[in-house]
Design a protein around this ligand. Structure first.
Ligand SMILES: Nc1ncnc2c1ncn2[C@@H]1O[C@H](COP(=O)(O)OP(=O)(O)O)[C@@H](O)[C@H]1O
Ligand SMILES: [Mg+2]
Length: 233
């Protein structure tokens, strides 16, 4: 069977921070992410995982080499086009959820959809409730975000990431700030999204036990890919 086209592809991707001294943090990364894959990125602290994730997800557009999103070089897009791509095609779940504490759970989940302006308000609320239902949080919809537990808040962040039905969900240590029970729960949600809905997911983690339950693990060391393996699951 012919391989499908990659959603994201890098070639010789580099990143230098100019922080007094020049610091070359990514030293030529070649990776391709295919539709429906659940990919983990691992590596020791400081190896460049977050830096790579921020570039792949277009949060950081200052890089060397090439990055293509569905065949289009991101370098060729203007800032409006990049913002459009990000709002439409990308969902984020970070280590800290960044919910608005005084807004309701439902309002938090709706926000990225208001920004995208693709659907009417009632449609957005209906979709948000569906996502909350999927994450077992429908009964929490009208509480303020700050009233939920840490694990629940992280699940709200996942619902928020899903609201615009992104092509790819990026997670930067999305389980990193949770106790082991909630970490497992959140990870299982990602796995279910991948299995049931073929959601493409790229997740940074420092937990090898979680990484090996993803489809594929990319290992970074000192700004280079040193392994890129399919996991037996
Ligand atoms: N904004 C920045 N300015 C300067 N150096 C940075 C910046 N962000 C990250 N770095 C450096 O880049 C390297 C990789 O960082 P990072 O991608 O956060 O690693 P990881 O997520 O794997 O722990 C580290 O040496 C870090 O100190
Ligand atoms: Mg990091």
């Amino acid at each position: 069977m012919a391989k499908p086209a990659p959603l994201i592809e890098t070639e010789g991707l580099t990143k230098t921070f100019h922080d007094g001294l020049d610091l070359l943090v990514l030293k030529g990364i070649d990776v391709a992410i295919y539709p429906g894959e659940f990919v983990s990125i691992v590596g020791s602290s400081g190896s460049g995982k977050s830096t790579l994730l921020y570039i792949l997800s277009t949060l950081d557009t200052q890089f060397g080499g090439s990055l293509r999103w569905r065949g289009r070089p991101v370098e060729s897009l203007n800032s409006n086009e990049v913002a459009g791509l990000r709002n439409r095609d990308i969902g984020f779940v970070f280590q800290f959820h960044y919910l608005l504490p005084e807004f309701t759970v439902l309002e938090n989940v709706c926000l990225p959809a208001y920004r995208l302006r693709k659907y009417r308000e009632d449609e957005i609320r209906k979709r948000a409730l569906e996502k909350l239902e999927l994450l077992g949080l429908a009964d929490q919809a009208h509480k303020k975000a700050r009233q939920l537990s840490g694990g629940q808040q992280q699940r709200v962040a996942i619902a928020r990431a899903l609201i615009n039905e992104p092509k790819v969900i990026f997670g930067d240590e999305p389980t990193g700030n949770l106790d082991s029970t909630n970490a497992r729960l959140v990870f299982e949600i990602f796995r279910e999204l991948a299995r049931k809905f073929h959601q493409t997911i790229v997740m940074v983690t420092h937990d090898p036990a979680l990484a090996e339950k993803t489809d594929r693990t990319i290992t970074l060391r000192d700004g280079l890919v040193v392994a890129d393996v399919r996991n037996a699951n």
